[in-house]
Design a protein around this ligand. Structure first.
Ligand code: FAD
Length: 367
């Protein structure tokens, strides 16, 4: 039985562990943290990610604790629609905790080693910080944007950041499955529905890297005059629920592999969050690897993985960077992007959206 060692127990690492185990490999996931804790609050899992987690066998478990997303909405701070599209296929908004729990159960506790910092990687050999050596047939680097095998191109601050939060139960009506972003000038709010009429929301602002993050009172002040569901979500949020973030990303990767190592998730393709596809692409990596690992020898995995995944991963990194222009770009770019999005006929935007939201049949492409 071939052996894969996976560095990092984030979403991409846990999902890849399940993928290799499903394909009949011996798997160990090494995570440096003493316990798996959610980084952030919640995630949009677009139809391509739902297809990926269905392949991994955990769609039912994830959906049971998530809320459906039925429609995407981009609107101005006054609530005027920029773009609105229904989502005919399954899309979900899940808390990171719920997704991680489903991944952990499917992986199984015996395949995960916590408190294991990886110090060095070489083909077929992983060295832990405590000096222990582990041998394997393939290393999967899932170490995130600062992954140990991908230090040549450092992450760059994208010029914006803010806070995100999970609210308590909101007093107002539900959102009917609408996932919304409201765009002001250099400031935007995102708003998503969770089970129990709770919300996942964020405030993103153009700002220098070292800027202090807003507290709840500053968020409430910033939301004055914006659509009422934004204000209702903020009112239902506890002050200590705010999580600050600063957006970093890397350019599109030239390859997803290094000798003896393949990269998944942010380790491979760290992108800006404007399409909500970072983790979704990590889940697609895992679904593709499940198909590859079931059919190929360890020596062939990297070749097939780059062939199946590189072009699509690069596209998401590029498009996610472009997505910044609508609210965080120069004033002229904001104007042009909004005008284009408003005027683009559904006949043109639908196929593009559909291509993003449809996970390729990776098993079929291997044949
Ligand atoms: C504001 C914001 C909103 C977002 N919203 C969405 C969204 O709605 N949908 C979506 O799909 N994506 C979204 N993303 C992107 C998503 O959060 C990331 O793409 C995803 O979490 C990356 O997961 P990962 O497993 O690749 O990396 P990480 O979550 O960074 O996990 C890497 C793991 O590797 C471990 N590790 C690192 N180095 C070592 C080592 N040497 N030894 C052992 N362990 C190590 C770390 O401790 C960590 O646990 C968003 C991002 C941001 C910033």
């Amino acid at each position: 039985m071939p052996r894969a060692i996976i560095v990092g127990g984030g979403i991409a690492g846990l999902a890849s562990g399940i993928a290799f185990a499903n394909a009949g490999w011996d798997v160990t996931v090494l995570e440096r943290a003493p316990r798996i804790e959610p980084m952030g609050a919640a995630l949009s899992l677009w139809p391509n990610a739902c297809a990926a987690i269905a392949r991994l066998g955990i769609l039912g478990a994830v959906a049971a604790a998530a809320a459906p997303i039925r429609q995407m909405l981009l609107a101005t701070k006054d609530g005027a629609t920029i773009l609105s599209r229904p989502l005919p296929d399954t899309a979900l908004l899940a808390t990171r905790t719920a997704l991680q729990n489903a991944l952990l159960v499917a992986l199984g506790p015996d395949r995960l080693r916590l408190g294991c910092e990886v110090a060095a990687l070489a083909p077929g050999r992983v060295t832990l910080a405590n000096g222990e050596l582990l041998a394997c047939d393939l290393i999967v680097d899932a170490g995130g944007i600062r992954a140990p095998s991908n230090t040549d191109v450092p992450p760059v601050y994208a010029g914006y950041g803010g806070v995100l939060a999970l609210s308590g139960r909101v007093a107002g009506p539900g959102l009917g499955g609408v996932a919304a972003e409201y765009w002001g000038r250099h400031q935007r709010f995102g708003l998503f529905e969770l089970p129990g009429n709770r919300r996942y929301w964020f405030l993103m602002r153009t700002q220098p890297a070292a800027t202090a993050m807003p507290d709840l009172a500053a968020c409430a002040a910033a939301a004055e005059g914006w659509p009422s569901p934004v204000c209702e979500a903020i009112v239902a949020t506890a002050p200590d629920a705010l999580i600050p973030f600063a957006v970093h990303a890397k350019p599109p990767p030239k390859t997803l592999c290094a000798p003896g190592i393949i990269r998944v998730g942010d380790a491979a393709h760290a992108m800006e969050p404007n399409l909500g596809q970072g983790a979704c692409q990590g889940l697609e990596d895992a679904a593709a690897l499940q198909a590859i690992a079931a059919a190929a020898t360890p020596a062939q995995v990297a070749h097939h993985y780059d062939r199946l995944r590189l072009k699509r991963a690069r596209m998401f990194v590029r498009e996610s960077a472009l997505g910044r222009l609508g609210a965080q770009g120069p004033a002229a770019a904001q104007f042009v992007m909004r005008a284009v999005l408003r005027s683009i006929p559904a006949a043109l935007s639908e196929p593009r959206l559909r291509a993003m939201h449809t996970m390729p049949d990776y098993a079929a492409r291997l044949r």
